[in-house]
Design a protein around this ligand. Structure first.
Ligand SMILES: [Zn+2]
Ligand SMILES: [Zn+2]
Length: 139
């Protein structure tokens, strides 16, 4: 089961969640059902989506078991993002998704523990957020 950390915009009360680990729906990848990965890629600003489309046509494609939702940070503007992290394997080739920042277009990196970040409100543009003490579980 996944969990999430919520943040609330101090100005307009818009909430933003960063989800971690995996949910019930994510188990479909185990059956090599990669249709959802394409949809996720389209909505989550996957930069190498053309490579993904080609990759899943290869033989013996499967997903490595450590896939999960994770936090990414933009090295340029420091915004935090929530993306789906996975590795696809086909024989000796692998595919790793590369996401871009929807604020500045830079390539995102996986968030290191205790790495500083900012949050930008998609409603009002403010950077002032406070952590929601409520810890959410999702699946
Ligand atoms: Zn706001
Ligand atoms: Zn950025």
């Amino acid at each position: 089961m996944g969990y999430g950390v919520g943040y609330v915009c101090k100005k307009c009360k818009n909430e933003k969640y960063i989800l971690y680990e995996i949910g019930f729906l994510d188990s479909s990848y185990e059956d090599n059902n990669f249709k959802n990965l394409i949809e996720v890629g389209e909505t989550e600003e996957l930069q190498n989506i053309d490579q993904l489309l080609k990759f899943i046509e290869l033989e013996n494609v499967h997903i490595k078991h450590n896939y999960k939702h994770d936090a990414y940070i933009c090295p340029k503007c420091k915004n935090i993002h929530n993306k789906f992290r996975y590795t696809l394997i086909s024989n000796n080739k692998r595919f790793i998704p590369k996401y871009k920042c929807n604020y500045c277009g830079s390539k995102l990196k996986i968030k290191k523990k205790n790495e500083d970040f900012i949050i930008t409100c998609d409603e009002c543009g403010s950077n002032k957020f406070e952590k929601n003490t409520q810890f959410i579980r999702w699946d």
